[in-house]
Design a protein around this ligand. Structure first.
Ligand code: GCB
Length: 596
């Protein structure tokens, strides 16, 4: 799906700002009172400053009016949502126009022609934040009977982050030609000597046209080459490199009867990605991933788009000598993906498949009827949808170098292979850039994982010295070394990386001893892990957990959130930042451990 863009043939109007807001029921034929309002985009939870609102589960409504811009007879009006978490029904002037399931991908609603002559549009969105065993992420859903007999909906997250909800990303009103560019697929193929690239640009249109013209522009917007039959060769190609990005633009124009009917400019980078011989190659050079598992999580905004925080995070990432992050545990905003493209940051792109584990810590106490994960959870349909929608949205991004099918599923349980094999294949068949595919492994599954031979890179989340061997780094070191060597021995040709390792830490706590939660312990914990990582040949990367402290649901082991951040939630560095900065600055981005 194309990102909304202002061009010669398309107008764009911003619908962000203050909307009327209400929890519960509303008849969209009536006007929603302006007594309670909500800002778009943001999570509603923290901004409301009310405990019951913060924890509310169910339907909630947003409504606003907008004057209709001029829409020509050959044009159409589209409402475009960056994301509504976790589902949305959209009404215009009281009439239902369309809906979308899934909280992390964009969708469009076409406003029918009979509205174009009206003065104003009343846009009502019925959002809903319920999660259950058919949704991604997976939630444990209950209905609690209150003392007064009323029913309260409750979702207990089957994952470790707060279930923030709302209109999380920008809302736009788009006027575009009825005959328009509906999709652009860009696939660059580098020559063996990396000097030139053949770029295939496939354009989908909403209706037949006489001519599709594709021109490749450089960063100064000079014409590099014009494509013939959707193919263009770029000589002396300027590669997109790690932290040294270069973006070309594919300028697409549609012509009908000699007239320009639509135009759109898609930025793209030229780089290759390949996995072989226990290494991860970008532009045929072995890369070493240094970086973070992250969250979209900031004070006030919750999971709502915060572009300043995104830029600050990537600046901090660069400052530390890092080069990459994982979109744990859901697709991040389109704005973040574009920023990563621009800044040359590698992204491991994850669908919101988290919580596919019946025995996950927070499920304890939940009656699962004795059934295993893959008997109990019915997420197949949602999973296929999120993969298709992530591919549709992110396929052209140079920054995306690997897809994640799921984070920490019960990949050792019966049924895991049957469940995951078709989903892995879905990525393989539909991604024309053939990026590697992975499933992030949980310690409980370990080497009993039934899917490892199907994936390209072994990605494991490990907490030796935290959940295992808590406060005993000597034993933790032995356990970690043993396990990493086992993986390498069992899968000698697969690259191995640790996608999470970390220790909860309170800024300001120090200790003379190995006392968990202190900054001292966090430093020692990371030093131990790094010592072991450096011994493993096929080891291609380290993503600390987490970039910053983040909000979770309440739990005995969560003290106002998860504190494994290298930075506090407010982006203040903990002591370990300097240590890891020294290490990462000394490891080149392109680094072949085998031939070091
Ligand atoms: C994990 C999960 C992550 C948690 C983290 C933790 O393995 O993937 O979502 O936040 O552990 O801190 O427990």
């Amino acid at each position: 799906m194309l990102y909304p863009q202002l061009t010669k043939t398309r107008s764009l109007y911003d619908l962000n700002g203050v909307w009327n807001f209400k929890l519960g029921d509303h008849n969209p034929h009536e006007k929603l009172s302006s007594e309670t309002v909500m800002v778009v985009p943001t999570s509603f939870n923290d901004v409301s400053v009310d405990k019951d609102v913060r924890n509310y589960i169910g339907d909630f409504w947003y409504e606003r009016g907008v004057d209709i811009p001029k829409v020509g007879t050959d044009e159409e009006l589209v409402l475009r949502f960056g994301s509504v978490t976790h589902r949305a029904k959209v009404y215009v002037n009281g009439e239902f126009l369309g809906e979308h399931e899934g909280g992390f991908t964009p969708f469009e609603i076409i406003v029918p022609e009979n509205y174009y002559q009206e003065q104003t549009l009343k846009i009502s969105v019925c959002a809903n934040n319920e999660l259950n065993y058919t949704t991604l992420p997976v939630g444990n859903y209950f209905e609690e009977v209150q003392e007064d007999g009323s029913i309260k909906k409750v979702v207990k997250e089957n994952f470790d982050f707060f279930n923030y909800a709302g209109i999380h990303r920008p809302v736009k009103l788009v006027v575009r030609p009825k005959t328009h560019i509906s999709d652009i697929v860009i696939v660059p193929s580098l020559s063996e000597d990396l000097q030139s690239a053949e770029v295939s640009v496939t354009v989908a249109t909403s209706a037949a046209v006489d001519e599709v013209r594709v021109t490749i522009l450089d960063e100064e917007r000079n014409v590099v080459v014009t494509a013939e039959n959707g193919r263009a060769v770029i000589e002396n190609v300027h590669l997109w490199e790690v932290l040294d990005a270069y973006l070309y633009t594919a300028q697409v124009e549609l012509y009908k009867g000699g007239e320009l009917v639509d135009t759109y400019s898609e930025p793209f980078g030229v780089r290759s990605v390949r996995v072989a011989d226990g290494q991860f190659f970008v532009n045929e050079k072995p890369v070493y991933f240094k970086g973070f598992g992250k969250h979209e999580d900031t004070f006030i905004n919750g999971r709502g788009l915060n572009e300043a925080a995104n830029l600050m995070d990537l600046n901090l990432l660069k400052e530390m000598g890092a080069n990459s992050f994982r979109t744990s545990h859901y697709p991040y905003s389109e704005e973040m993906m574009r920023l990563a493209d621009r800044m040359g940051v590698l992204v491991i792109d994850e669908v919101p498949a988290v919580g596919l584990f019946q025995g996950f810590a927070v499920t304890l106490g939940v009656d699962t009827g004795g059934r295993s994960t893959f008997e109990n959870m019915k997420t197949k349909e949602a999973h296929e949808q999120v993969i298709d929608e992530l591919l549709a949205r992110d396929k052209n991004h140079a920054c995306v170098v690997m897809w994640v099918v799921a984070n920490e599923p019960a990949s050792h349980e019966e049924g895991a292979r049957e469940y995951f094999e078709p989903l892995i294949n879905q990525f393989r068949e539909k991604d024309l850039q053939n990026r590697p595919v992975t499933i992030v492994n949980i310690g409980t599954a370990g080497l009993n994982d039934l899917t490892t031979d199907l994936i390209d890179v072994i990605c494991i989340n490990r907490y030796y010295g935290w959940y295992e061997n808590h406060s005993d780094l000597t034993r933790a070191e032995i356990g970690l070394r043993k396990e990493l060597l086992e993986w390498q021995h069992k899968f000698p040709n697969k690259p191995l990386m640790v996608t999470e390792y970390g220790a909860d830490t309170f800024a300001g706590f120090h200790s003379m001893w190995d006392i968990p939660y202190t900054e001292t312990y966090q430093c020692d914990y990371y030093a131990m892990n790094h010592k072991v990582f450096d011994e493993i040949e096929n080891f291609v990367g380290e993503h600390v957990w987490n970039f910053a402290d983040f909000e979770t649901n309440v739990a005995i082991i969560r003290i106002k959130g998860n504190h494994k951040g290298l930075f506090t939630r407010n982006r203040e560095p903990k002591a370990v930042v300097r240590e890891i900065q020294k290490r990462w600055r000394s490891i080149p981005h392109y680094y072949n451990k085998k031939r070091k």
